[in-house]
Design a binder for this molecule. Structure first.
Ligand code: X8Z
Ligand code: ZN
Length: 502
C-alpha cells in the first residue's frame, strides 16, 4: 500500500509538460501560462499534456490502491474507506454525507447564477478574440478556459467577467512588485496581521527551516503544493510552499499560517486532541483571516490600493466588481470542493467501478460544475489523478466545509470587533476582541466535538450557509438581473469517447 502511495505521489510530483520545446513544472511554469493565457489552443494543449503526464499514468495503480485501502477499512470495522475517512476528519458525525449534500443544495442556486453569467461573458470574449474557436452551445463551460488547471477557482479570468469594466480595478500582482513586496516580507506581513489580533508569532524554527521558495539546486525535486507541518513538540512548525510575488500566493500564505496558528494554539492539549475540531475547521482558519486581509479597507492599509474618493454610483459598481472577484474564488470553488470526495466516496463504496472511474468523474464535473473537457475523454484517461489531493490521497471535503465555515467564523469575528456595515467590508485588523474569539476556539483543538466548538464561537451548532449568502447577496441580486432566468446547462453532455481498457 505504501509502495503504491509513494508511486502515485511521485508521478504527480515529477509531472512535467513539454511546451514550445521547454520542459515545464506545474509551479510556476504551467500555472503561470494557465493563469494568463487566453489562447484556447495553448490552454487545451497544456490541459491535456498535464493529464497525460500525471493521471493517465496512475489509473491501474489507483485501482489497486483502492482495493488495499478498502480491505484495511473493512478489517477495522468500517463499511468502506469512505466511512473511515469521514470518521477521521469529522469525528462522530455519521450524518456528514447528508450535511454536505444539504449545504450544496443551498449554495447551488447561487452557483448556477454565477456560472451562467461567467459563461456568457466568456462566450462573447472568445467570439470576439478567437472567432474560429467553437464555444459549446449547450450551456456548459469548457474546463480549460476558467484560468485554472482544474477549473476550481476562477479569479484569473476576472478581467473578462468584470461586471463594471468602466470602474477600473487594480492589478494587484503588478502593484505588489511596485511596492517592493518580496517573499520574505509577504510572510512577515501575514505574521503581523495574526499578532495584531493577539495570535502567535511564528517560532524561530519556522523561519529557519521552512521551505518558502522552490530550491534552486538542480538535483533536488520538491513537491510544491503548499502545506503546513506540526512536528508535535512545542516549538517546531513549518510551511513548505513555492512562493511567488503574487496576490494568490499572499492569500495562500495566510491560509498556511492559519494551520500553524492552530497547531500552536492546541499544542498544550494531550496528543489525541492536537487536531482541528474537524478537518474543515483547520482549512478555514487562514482563509477567515484572508477574507479580512482582502477587503479594500485592508488593502489600502497595506498600500496596495489607492484611497480615492468616488461617487456613490461608482462605489456601488466597485462593490459589485469586488464581490465578483471574491465569488470567482469562493462560490466557484464549492461544486469542485464537493465533487472530488463525492466521487471518491462512490469509488470506495464500489458504486463506481474501475472501468467507469473517468466517465463518472466527468459526469460529476458536468453535473456539479457545469464544465466539459476541451477534447473527448476516455476510460484510458484518469483525470481525477491530475489533482494533487487525489494523487496524494488527501481528503477534499474538508475544503468544501471550510468554504462555508470560514464565512461563519468571519461573521463571528466581525461582530466581536464591532463592525458596522455590509459583511464584505469588514476588516478586523488589530481587533483583540475578534482575535480572542478565534483563539479561544483554536485552543480547544479536538478536545470538544466540533458542534460544541462551533457553538462557542458562533452560537450555532450547525454548518450554516447564511453568512456566505449574506456576504454575496448584492452580487446575487446583480446576477439575477443580468441573467434574466437564462441559466443552467440541462442540455449538455460530457465530451466522451468510448474506448475499452487494455
Ligand atoms: O490544498 C490546498 C491548500 C493546502 S491545505 C493550499 N487548498 C485546496 C487546493 O489547492 O486544491 C486550499 C483550497 C483548496
Ligand atoms: Zn490547508
Amino acid at each position: 500500500m505504501n509502495n503504491i502511495q509513494t508511486k502515485l505521489e511521485e508521478i504527480y510530483g515529477k509531472g512535467t509538460v513539454v511546451f514550445n520545446e521547454t520542459t515545464l513544472q506545474l509551479e510556476p511554469g504551467i500555472t503561470n501560462i494557465f493563469d494568463s493565457s487566453r489562447d484556447p489552443a495553448v490552454l487545451s494543449e497544456l490541459w491535456v499534456k498535464w493529464r497525460d503526464a500525471t493521471g493517465k499514468k496512475m489509473a491501474n495503480l489507483y485501482t489497486e490502491w483502492v482495493e488495499l485501502q478498502n480491505t484495511g477499512a473493512l478489517e477495522h470495522g468500517f463499511e468502506n474507506l469512505g466511512e473511515a475517512w469521514r470518521q477521521k476528519e469529522f469525528f462522530d458525525t455519521p450524518e456528514l454525507v447528508e450535511i454536505v449534500e444539504g449545504l450544496w443544495q443551498e449554495i447551488k442556486p447561487l452557483y448556477v447564477q454565477l456560472h451562467s453569467y461567467v459563461r456568457r461573458k466568456l462566450k462573447n470574449y472568445y467570439a470576439q478574440h478567437h472567432p474560429n474557436y467553437d464555444f459549446p452551445n449547450d450551456g456548459s463551460i469548457p474546463a480549460h478556459l476558467l484560468g485554472n488547471m482544474w477549473a476550481q477557482e476562477w479569479d484569473n479570468i476576472f478581467d473578462i467577467v468584470q461586471p463594471y469594466p468602466e470602474v477600473k480595478e487594480p492589478e494587484f500582482d503588478k502593484k505588489m512588485v511596485e511596492k517592493g513586496y518580496n517573499v520574505g516580507n509577504m510572510f512577515r506581513i501575514a505574521e503581523e496581521f495574526y499578532t495584531s489580533i493577539g495570535l502567535y508569532k511564528m517560532v524561530p524554527d519556522f523561519w529557519k527551516r521552512s521551505m518558502l521558495v522552490r530550491p534552486k539546486e538542480k538535483d533536488r525535486e520538491v513537491q510544491c503544493h503548499a502545506s503546513a507541518y506540526d512536528f508535535y513538540n512545542n516549538d517546531t512548525f513549518r510551511i513548505k510552499m513555492c512562493t511567488e510575488v503574487k496576490m494568490t500566493y499572499f492569500q495562500t500564505i495566510h491560509h498556511e499560517m492559519g494551520h500553524i496558528e492552530y497547531f500552536m494554539a492546541y499544542r498544550d492539549q494531550p496528543a489525541v486532541y492536537r487536531s482541528g475540531a474537524n478537518g474543515g475547521f483547520h482549512e478555514a482558519i487562514g482563509d477567515t483571516i484572508a477574507l479580512s486581509v482582502r477587503t479594500r479597507k485592508h488593502l489600502q492599509t497595506l498600500g496596495l490600493l489607492e484611497e480615492n474618493s468616488v461617487s456613490d454610483e461608482d462605489k456601488m459598481k466597485s462593490d459589485i466588481n469586488y464581490l465578483m472577484r471574491q465569488a470567482l474564488l469562493k462560490l466557484a470553488f464549492l461544486p469542485f470542493g464537493y465533487l472530488v470526495d463525492k466521487w471518491r466516496w462512490r469509488v470506495f463504496s464500489g458504486e463506481v467501478t474501475p472501468d467507469k472511474y473517468n466517465e463518472e468523474w466527468w459526469k460529476m464535473r458536468l453535473e456539479y460544475q457545469g464544465v466539459t473537457s476541451p477534447i473527448p475523454r476516455t476510460n484510458t484517461d484518469f483525470d481525477p489523478g491530475a489533482k494533487f489531493h487525489v494523487a496524494a490521497n488527501s481528503q477534499y471535503i474538508v475544503y468544501f466545509t471550510s468554504f462555508i465555515l470560514q464565512f461563519q467564523f468571519y461573521e463571528a469575528m466581525c461582530n466581536a470587533s464591532g463592525h458596522q456595515g455590509p459583511l464584505y467590508t469588514c476588516d478586523f485588523y488589530r481587533s483583540k476582541e475578534a482575535g480572542l474569539k478565534l483563539l479561544n476556539m483554536l485552543k480547544l483543538g479536538g478536545s470538544k466535538h466540533w458542534k460544541e466548538a462551533l457553538q462557542q464561537m458562533t452560537g450555532k451548532t450547525k454548518m450554516d450557509t447564511e453568512p456566505f449568502k449574506k456576504y454575496f447577496q448584492p452580487l446575487l441580486d446583480f446576477l439575477k438581473k443580468e441573467n434574466k432566468g437564462e441559466v443552467g446547462w440541462a442540455k449538455a453532455n460530457i465530451n466522451w469517447k468510448q474506448e475499452t481498457k487494455k
